[in-house]
Design a binder for this molecule. Structure first.
Ligand SMILES: [Zn+2]
Length: 87
């Protein structure tokens, strides 16, 4: 229960923001579903609906191919908020 405190509210953030199509260029949308090491968060933790999780997965994989998101994060580079690194 303590471990799940961060993900207590379980709702689809993309449905709430009324995002139809998740764009791979928009990192602000993708970061809801990325961990601090840029892994794709599973649906059981984020609470995304199935439709949005699938489109997010495709978008993140596309963003990796276009080098917007790194595939691997070294242990040295892991910081508290990795998205500052991108900006
Ligand atoms: Zn949704």
């Amino acid at each position: 229960m303590i471990d799940r405190k961060k993900f207590k509210k379980r709702y689809c953030k993309y449905c709430e923001a009324k995002i139809d199509y998740v764009d791979y260029k928009d990192l602000n949308q993708l970061k809801f579903s990325l961990s601090e090491r840029f892994k794709i968060m599973p649906r059981r933790l984020t609470g995304n609906c199935k439709r949005h999780q699938e489109s997010v997965t495709i978008a993140i994989k596309r963003a990796r191919q276009t080098a917007l998101i790194p595939y691997i994060v070294d242990r040295k580079n892991v910081v508290d908020s990795p998205f500052e690194m991108i900006r």
